[in-house]
Design a protein around this ligand. Structure first.
Ligand code: ATP
Ligand code: MG
Length: 336
């Protein structure tokens, strides 16, 4: 049966993107907490219906543990709404956009506990688990649904308190893609060089599955270092930044914190020529992810403690929010 607005009780706003808002909602008939995404579009009913029908193929994605569950879509007036699995950790950018070594005062530390929390970045085994989950999610979309994601970036990688990593916002509806004016590309682009130049028009327009592999590599570096990988001077001018992506060497993982294997894996995503990039199968076969796979199946104590890592990351984030609020409250007020 169809979801509708009357059955949804609105909670807090979870975030805002370029095209709409995501709100936490309670589906009252079932008691399931969901994330409701609202996309404002000026479209006629025929187009809106086409979008709802295309989104409905998402009902088949429930079988991947690396794709957020889809509960249904509907429209009200000219807004498209869809309900997806609520991920209590939000998107990865919110969790990890912290500088390595940053400190904040701990919230309510016990007397024998550290008074200060230090951000120690993402350990390699956690990074490998994130990368592996993303590759499996992307491969599932392509193999099972014939879908290219088209918007791989840290805000579209979600995490929950069990440490599960899932992708959202993939390009499942051609009509929706067409209707969302891609005029605002934002000041940080994850687009592969060939999308910027318009070269290599093979599969779908300028977009090939390997364009997602580029965005994946860039996202993994951002997650590892806690910031967008291209230098900030490029932010001021979007054209300068696009030029940098096309002309300069691709960014790399910091070699002092990650193994040659990890660095090599990321480098194999960030090859400038699209057909030179690794495929999903190759990325999964690579030593960096094979070691993670072995840990996932090991009987002994060699598991990756994702839930433990997420708990520490939440703790740091909560302490940082309180710290920043306190700082803002005590900041001197300038007249005028
Ligand atoms: P863009 O508009 O460029 O795609 P975005 O991905 O940040 O940017 P939205 O997709 O609208 O924009 O999402 C806004 C924010 O809502 C995200 O950054 C994320 O933090 C949060 N969010 C999205 N989906 C969920 C979800 N299923 N569970 C919890 N939080 C979510
Ligand atoms: Mg998004």
């Amino acid at each position: 049966y169809r979801l509708n607005m009357e059955d949804l009780e609105r909670g807090e706003e979870l975030g805002r993107g370029n095209y709409g808002t995501v709100t936490k909602v309670l589906h009252t008939p079932t008691g399931v907490t969901m994330a409701l995404k609202e996309i404002r579009l000026e479209l006629d009913n025929a187009k809106l219906n086409a979008i709802i029908m295309e989104l409905d193929i998402l009902h088949r994605t429930a079988s991947s543990p690396h794709i957020v569950d889809f509960y249904g879509a509907f429209f009200v007036e000219t807004c498209v709404y869809y309900c997806m699995e609520y991920m209590d950790g939000g998107s990865l950018d919110r969790l990890v956009n912290v500088s390595f070594g940053e400190t904040v005062p701990a919230l309510h530390p016990a007397p024998d506990e550290q008074q200060e929390l230090v951000w120690e970045g993402i350990p390699e085994d956690v990074l490998a688990r994130i990368a592996g989950s993303m590759v499996k999610g992307l491969k599932f979309l392509k193999d099972e649904l014939g879908v290219i994601h088209r918007d791989v970036k840290p805000t579209n990688v979600l995490i929950n308190n069990r440490g599960q990593i899932k992708l959202c916002d993939f390009g499942v509806s051609g009509q929706l893609e067409k209707s969302i004016a891609k005029t605002n590309i934002g000041c940080q682009t994850y687009m592969a060089p060939e999308r910027i130049t318009g070269e290599h028009q093979n599969t779908v327009g300028t977009y090939t599955v390997s364009s997602d592999v580029w965005s994946l590599g860039l996202s993994i570096i951002e997650i590892a270092i806690g910031q967008y990988p291209y230098p900030p001077e490029a932010y001021s001018n979007i054209l300068a930044q696009l030029k940098t992506i096309i002309q300069d060497d691709a960014p790399t993982l910091p070699t002092d914190r990650y193994s040659p294997d990890a660095c090599d894996w990321v480098a194999s995503c960030l090859v400038k020529a699209p057909n030179g990039r690794a495929t999903y199968a190759e990325l999964l076969q690579h030593g960096f992810l094979q070691r993670d796979e072995a840990k996932a199946h090991s009987e002994g104590g060699d598991q990756v403690d994702m839930a433990g890592w997420v708990t520490r990351a939440f703790k740091f984030r909560d302490a940082k929010v309180v710290h920043m609020q306190a700082q803002a409250a005590t900041a001197p007020v300038h007249p005028g």
